[in-house]
Design a protein around this ligand. Structure first.
Ligand code: FAD
Length: 271
Protein backbone atom coordinates (compact mmCIF):
# COMPACT_ATOMS: atom_id res chain seq x y z
CA UNK A 1 0.00 0.00 0.00
CA UNK A 2 1.32 3.45 -0.91
CA UNK A 3 -0.01 6.64 0.66
CA UNK A 4 0.86 10.10 -0.63
CA UNK A 5 0.21 12.88 1.84
CA UNK A 6 0.06 16.52 0.72
CA UNK A 7 1.48 19.03 3.18
CA UNK A 8 1.51 22.81 2.82
CA UNK A 9 3.72 25.28 4.67
CA UNK A 10 1.62 28.19 5.96
CA UNK A 11 2.27 31.30 8.08
CA UNK A 12 1.35 30.78 11.73
CA UNK A 13 -1.88 32.77 11.66
CA UNK A 14 -1.81 33.42 15.37
CA UNK A 15 1.18 35.68 14.53
CA UNK A 16 -0.19 37.32 11.37
CA UNK A 17 -1.57 40.84 11.13
CA UNK A 18 -2.79 42.93 8.21
CA UNK A 19 -0.94 46.04 7.07
CA UNK A 20 -3.57 48.80 7.39
CA UNK A 21 -2.01 50.76 4.48
CA UNK A 22 -1.39 48.04 1.89
CA UNK A 23 -4.12 45.66 3.13
CA UNK A 24 -1.77 42.73 2.70
CA UNK A 25 -0.61 40.12 5.19
CA UNK A 26 2.43 41.20 7.20
CA UNK A 27 4.67 38.17 6.70
CA UNK A 28 7.98 39.59 7.94
CA UNK A 29 9.20 37.77 11.01
CA UNK A 30 6.19 35.46 10.96
CA UNK A 31 7.05 31.84 11.70
CA UNK A 32 5.91 29.22 9.20
CA UNK A 33 4.31 25.97 10.29
CA UNK A 34 2.76 22.84 8.79
CA UNK A 35 -0.86 23.60 7.92
CA UNK A 36 -2.66 22.25 11.03
CA UNK A 37 -5.13 20.10 9.03
CA UNK A 38 -2.15 18.52 7.27
CA UNK A 39 -0.71 17.33 10.58
CA UNK A 40 -3.86 15.19 10.85
CA UNK A 41 -3.39 13.98 7.26
CA UNK A 42 0.21 12.96 8.06
CA UNK A 43 -0.88 11.23 11.28
CA UNK A 44 -3.54 9.27 9.35
CA UNK A 45 -0.93 8.27 6.77
CA UNK A 46 1.34 6.95 9.55
CA UNK A 47 -1.63 5.03 10.99
CA UNK A 48 -2.01 3.31 7.59
CA UNK A 49 1.67 2.50 7.86
CA UNK A 50 1.25 1.11 11.41
CA UNK A 51 -1.83 -0.96 10.42
CA UNK A 52 -1.02 -2.11 6.90
CA UNK A 53 2.70 -1.50 6.50
CA UNK A 54 2.05 1.25 3.98
CA UNK A 55 4.85 3.25 2.35
CA UNK A 56 4.30 6.97 2.93
CA UNK A 57 5.46 9.75 0.60
CA UNK A 58 4.99 13.36 1.75
CA UNK A 59 4.71 16.02 -0.98
CA UNK A 60 4.71 19.78 -0.76
CA UNK A 61 4.64 22.57 -3.32
CA UNK A 62 6.32 25.68 -2.04
CA UNK A 63 9.55 27.65 -1.64
CA UNK A 64 12.79 25.89 -0.58
CA UNK A 65 11.91 26.54 3.10
CA UNK A 66 8.90 24.21 2.72
CA UNK A 67 11.42 21.40 3.04
CA UNK A 68 10.91 21.81 6.81
CA UNK A 69 7.29 20.57 6.70
CA UNK A 70 8.44 17.48 4.80
CA UNK A 71 11.17 16.77 7.37
CA UNK A 72 8.55 17.10 10.08
CA UNK A 73 6.38 14.49 8.30
CA UNK A 74 9.42 12.21 8.01
CA UNK A 75 10.26 12.73 11.69
CA UNK A 76 6.97 11.09 12.67
CA UNK A 77 7.20 8.25 10.16
CA UNK A 78 6.84 9.27 6.49
CA UNK A 79 9.35 7.38 4.34
CA UNK A 80 10.30 10.12 1.90
CA UNK A 81 9.63 13.73 1.04
CA UNK A 82 9.36 15.40 -2.35
CA UNK A 83 9.40 19.19 -2.64
CA UNK A 84 7.90 20.73 -5.77
CA UNK A 85 9.74 23.98 -5.99
CA UNK A 86 10.30 26.31 -8.91
CA UNK A 87 9.81 30.04 -9.41
CA UNK A 88 7.49 29.03 -12.25
CA UNK A 89 5.10 27.47 -9.68
CA UNK A 90 4.87 30.76 -7.70
CA UNK A 91 1.62 32.75 -7.49
CA UNK A 92 -0.47 29.66 -8.17
CA UNK A 93 -4.18 29.63 -7.44
CA UNK A 94 -5.95 26.41 -6.51
CA UNK A 95 -6.29 25.33 -10.15
CA UNK A 96 -2.58 25.69 -10.88
CA UNK A 97 -1.64 24.22 -7.47
CA UNK A 98 -3.69 21.08 -8.08
CA UNK A 99 -2.32 20.80 -11.63
CA UNK A 100 1.26 20.64 -10.29
CA UNK A 101 0.42 18.35 -7.34
CA UNK A 102 -1.74 16.07 -9.53
CA UNK A 103 0.96 15.60 -12.13
CA UNK A 104 3.67 15.10 -9.50
CA UNK A 105 1.59 12.37 -7.84
CA UNK A 106 1.09 10.69 -11.24
CA UNK A 107 4.90 10.70 -11.60
CA UNK A 108 5.29 9.26 -8.11
CA UNK A 109 2.74 6.54 -8.99
CA UNK A 110 4.75 5.51 -12.06
CA UNK A 111 7.47 4.20 -9.73
CA UNK A 112 5.22 2.92 -6.94
CA UNK A 113 1.44 2.75 -7.58
CA UNK A 114 -0.46 5.05 -5.22
CA UNK A 115 -3.53 3.78 -3.32
CA UNK A 116 -4.56 6.80 -1.28
CA UNK A 117 -3.81 10.53 -1.45
CA UNK A 118 -4.39 12.26 1.86
CA UNK A 119 -4.93 16.02 2.15
CA UNK A 120 -6.01 18.31 4.94
CA UNK A 121 -9.59 19.54 4.76
CA UNK A 122 -8.31 23.05 4.03
CA UNK A 123 -5.43 25.39 4.73
CA UNK A 124 -5.40 28.20 7.27
CA UNK A 125 -4.09 30.79 4.77
CA UNK A 126 -5.84 30.21 1.44
CA UNK A 127 -8.73 28.43 3.19
CA UNK A 128 -10.40 27.31 -0.04
CA UNK A 129 -10.56 23.50 0.50
CA UNK A 130 -10.31 23.15 -3.29
CA UNK A 131 -6.87 21.61 -3.78
CA UNK A 132 -7.71 18.06 -2.63
CA UNK A 133 -10.74 17.77 -4.94
CA UNK A 134 -8.68 19.48 -7.68
CA UNK A 135 -5.99 16.79 -7.41
CA UNK A 136 -8.67 14.04 -7.59
CA UNK A 137 -10.15 15.67 -10.71
CA UNK A 138 -6.78 15.93 -12.43
CA UNK A 139 -5.98 12.30 -11.59
CA UNK A 140 -9.51 11.18 -12.49
CA UNK A 141 -9.97 9.28 -9.22
CA UNK A 142 -12.80 9.34 -6.61
CA UNK A 143 -12.69 11.93 -3.85
CA UNK A 144 -13.81 11.40 -0.25
CA UNK A 145 -13.93 14.79 1.45
CA UNK A 146 -14.53 15.78 5.11
CA UNK A 147 -13.54 12.34 6.42
CA UNK A 148 -13.45 12.01 10.21
CA UNK A 149 -12.95 8.25 10.45
CA UNK A 150 -11.48 5.50 8.31
CA UNK A 151 -13.69 2.48 8.98
CA UNK A 152 -12.06 -0.29 6.96
CA UNK A 153 -9.75 -1.08 4.09
CA UNK A 154 -10.04 -4.15 1.85
CA UNK A 155 -6.63 -4.51 0.25
CA UNK A 156 -7.65 -7.46 -1.94
CA UNK A 157 -10.64 -5.69 -3.45
CA UNK A 158 -8.90 -2.31 -3.27
CA UNK A 159 -11.77 -0.60 -1.47
CA UNK A 160 -11.96 1.74 1.51
CA UNK A 161 -14.91 2.63 3.76
CA UNK A 162 -14.91 5.99 5.54
CA UNK A 163 -17.19 8.22 7.58
CA UNK A 164 -17.82 11.76 6.28
CA UNK A 165 -18.78 14.56 8.64
CA UNK A 166 -21.59 16.58 7.10
CA UNK A 167 -23.79 19.29 8.60
CA UNK A 168 -25.73 17.65 11.42
CA UNK A 169 -25.16 14.06 10.29
CA UNK A 170 -22.57 11.55 9.15
CA UNK A 171 -22.37 9.62 5.91
CA UNK A 172 -20.66 6.22 5.45
CA UNK A 173 -19.13 5.91 2.00
CA UNK A 174 -17.25 3.12 0.28
CA UNK A 175 -14.92 3.83 -2.60
CA UNK A 176 -12.51 2.12 -4.92
CA UNK A 177 -8.83 2.86 -4.43
CA UNK A 178 -6.91 4.79 -5.62
CA UNK A 179 -8.83 7.69 -4.17
CA UNK A 180 -8.23 11.10 -2.62
CA UNK A 181 -9.28 11.75 0.99
CA UNK A 182 -9.45 15.10 2.80
CA UNK A 183 -9.44 14.81 6.58
CA UNK A 184 -11.19 16.65 9.39
CA UNK A 185 -9.23 17.51 12.53
CA UNK A 186 -11.36 15.09 14.61
CA UNK A 187 -9.98 12.11 12.68
CA UNK A 188 -7.03 11.72 15.05
CA UNK A 189 -4.63 13.37 17.45
CA UNK A 190 -1.27 13.91 15.74
CA UNK A 191 1.68 12.34 17.52
CA UNK A 192 4.84 14.24 18.40
CA UNK A 193 8.14 13.32 16.76
CA UNK A 194 10.59 11.38 18.89
CA UNK A 195 14.18 12.62 19.25
CA UNK A 196 15.57 9.74 17.10
CA UNK A 197 12.81 10.48 14.58
CA UNK A 198 13.93 14.12 14.35
CA UNK A 199 17.58 13.15 13.97
CA UNK A 200 16.77 10.62 11.23
CA UNK A 201 14.64 13.19 9.40
CA UNK A 202 17.57 15.63 9.38
CA UNK A 203 19.70 13.07 7.52
CA UNK A 204 17.21 12.15 4.81
CA UNK A 205 17.59 13.74 1.37
CA UNK A 206 14.51 15.60 0.25
CA UNK A 207 14.08 15.35 -3.52
CA UNK A 208 13.36 18.70 -5.17
CA UNK A 209 11.37 18.59 -8.39
CA UNK A 210 11.33 21.71 -10.54
CA UNK A 211 9.37 22.09 -13.74
CA UNK A 212 12.39 20.63 -15.54
CA UNK A 213 11.28 17.35 -13.97
CA UNK A 214 7.52 17.75 -14.38
CA UNK A 215 7.69 19.42 -17.82
CA UNK A 216 4.30 21.07 -17.46
CA UNK A 217 3.19 23.71 -19.97
CA UNK A 218 4.33 27.04 -18.41
CA UNK A 219 0.89 28.46 -19.23
CA UNK A 220 -0.79 25.92 -16.92
CA UNK A 221 1.29 26.63 -13.77
CA UNK A 222 2.07 29.50 -11.41
CA UNK A 223 0.68 32.94 -12.06
CA UNK A 224 0.27 32.31 -15.81
CA UNK A 225 -1.90 29.26 -15.17
CA UNK A 226 -4.01 30.96 -12.48
CA UNK A 227 -7.32 32.46 -13.54
CA UNK A 228 -8.00 33.52 -9.88
CA UNK A 229 -5.89 36.22 -8.28
CA UNK A 230 -6.19 37.74 -4.84
CA UNK A 231 -6.81 41.49 -5.37
CA UNK A 232 -7.19 42.61 -1.77
CA UNK A 233 -7.11 41.13 1.70
CA UNK A 234 -8.85 42.95 4.51
CA UNK A 235 -10.39 42.34 7.89
CA UNK A 236 -14.14 43.06 7.85
CA UNK A 237 -14.93 46.26 9.69
CA UNK A 238 -16.99 45.74 12.78
CA UNK A 239 -19.66 48.14 13.86
CA UNK A 240 -18.68 49.44 17.26
CA UNK A 241 -21.07 50.81 19.83
CA UNK A 242 -22.29 50.49 23.33
CA UNK A 243 -25.64 49.82 24.85
CA UNK A 244 -26.55 51.75 27.96
CA UNK A 245 -28.81 49.98 30.38
CA UNK A 246 -31.45 52.05 32.14
CA UNK A 247 -32.08 52.41 35.83
CA UNK A 248 -34.36 49.42 36.01
CA UNK A 249 -31.92 47.17 34.17
CA UNK A 250 -30.04 46.05 37.23
CA UNK A 251 -28.41 42.70 37.97
CA UNK A 252 -31.66 40.95 38.79
CA UNK A 253 -33.15 41.38 35.37
CA UNK A 254 -29.92 41.89 33.37
CA UNK A 255 -30.37 38.72 31.31
CA UNK A 256 -33.88 39.68 30.31
CA UNK A 257 -32.78 43.26 29.52
CA UNK A 258 -29.91 42.10 27.28
CA UNK A 259 -32.18 39.57 25.59
CA UNK A 260 -34.74 42.28 24.84
CA UNK A 261 -32.02 44.47 23.31
CA UNK A 262 -30.94 41.58 21.06
CA UNK A 263 -34.54 41.10 19.88
CA UNK A 264 -34.90 44.85 19.37
CA UNK A 265 -31.77 44.89 17.18
CA UNK A 266 -33.00 41.86 15.23
CA UNK A 267 -29.98 39.80 16.32
CA UNK A 268 -32.14 37.03 17.79
CA UNK A 269 -35.74 36.16 17.03
CA UNK A 270 -38.33 34.51 19.23
CA UNK A 271 -40.73 32.07 17.62
C1 FAD B 1 -5.17 34.88 1.96
C2 FAD B 1 -5.16 34.06 0.71
C3 FAD B 1 -6.31 34.00 -0.06
C4 FAD B 1 -6.34 33.21 -1.21
N1 FAD B 1 -7.50 33.15 -1.91
C5 FAD B 1 -7.55 32.38 -3.02
C6 FAD B 1 -8.77 32.29 -3.75
O1 FAD B 1 -9.78 32.89 -3.39
N2 FAD B 1 -8.80 31.50 -4.87
C7 FAD B 1 -7.69 30.80 -5.25
O2 FAD B 1 -7.79 30.10 -6.27
N3 FAD B 1 -6.52 30.87 -4.59
C8 FAD B 1 -6.42 31.65 -3.47
N4 FAD B 1 -5.25 31.73 -2.78
C9 FAD B 1 -4.11 31.01 -3.23
C10 FAD B 1 -4.09 29.65 -2.60
O3 FAD B 1 -3.63 29.72 -1.28
C11 FAD B 1 -3.17 28.77 -3.33
O4 FAD B 1 -3.72 28.37 -4.52
C12 FAD B 1 -2.75 27.57 -2.52
O5 FAD B 1 -1.58 27.05 -3.10
C13 FAD B 1 -3.77 26.43 -2.41
O6 FAD B 1 -4.98 26.84 -1.96
P1 FAD B 1 -5.38 26.72 -0.43
O7 FAD B 1 -4.30 27.25 0.41
O8 FAD B 1 -6.73 27.34 -0.33
O9 FAD B 1 -5.48 25.14 -0.19
P2 FAD B 1 -6.72 24.24 0.24
O10 FAD B 1 -7.48 23.86 -0.97
O11 FAD B 1 -7.50 24.84 1.38
O12 FAD B 1 -5.87 23.01 0.77
C14 FAD B 1 -6.44 21.73 0.99
C15 FAD B 1 -5.33 20.73 1.15
O13 FAD B 1 -4.62 20.61 -0.07
C16 FAD B 1 -3.22 20.37 0.18
N5 FAD B 1 -2.43 21.50 -0.34
C17 FAD B 1 -2.83 22.74 -0.64
N6 FAD B 1 -1.80 23.47 -1.11
C18 FAD B 1 -0.73 22.66 -1.08
C19 FAD B 1 0.65 22.82 -1.41
N7 FAD B 1 1.13 23.97 -1.87
N8 FAD B 1 1.47 21.75 -1.26
C20 FAD B 1 1.02 20.56 -0.78
N9 FAD B 1 -0.27 20.36 -0.44
C21 FAD B 1 -1.12 21.39 -0.59
C22 FAD B 1 -3.08 20.28 1.70
O14 FAD B 1 -3.22 18.94 2.11
C23 FAD B 1 -4.27 21.11 2.19
O15 FAD B 1 -4.70 20.79 3.49
C24 FAD B 1 -5.19 32.51 -1.62
C25 FAD B 1 -4.03 32.58 -0.84
C26 FAD B 1 -4.01 33.33 0.31
C27 FAD B 1 -2.76 33.39 1.14
Amino acid sequence: MHIVVCVKMVPDTTQVSIDPVTNTLVREGVPFITNPFDTNAVEEAIRFKDRYGAYVTAVSMGPPAAESVLRKAISIGADEGILLSDRAFGGADTLATSTVLGLAIKRIAEKRPVDIILCGKQTIDGDTAQVGPGIARRMDIPQLTLVDEVLSVNQDQKTIKVRRKLEGYHEIVESQMPCMITVEREINTPRYPTVPGRLDADDIDIQVWSNNVLKLDPNSIGLLGSPTQVRRIFAPEREKGEIMMGEGDQKDNAVEAIFNKLIEKDIVAVK
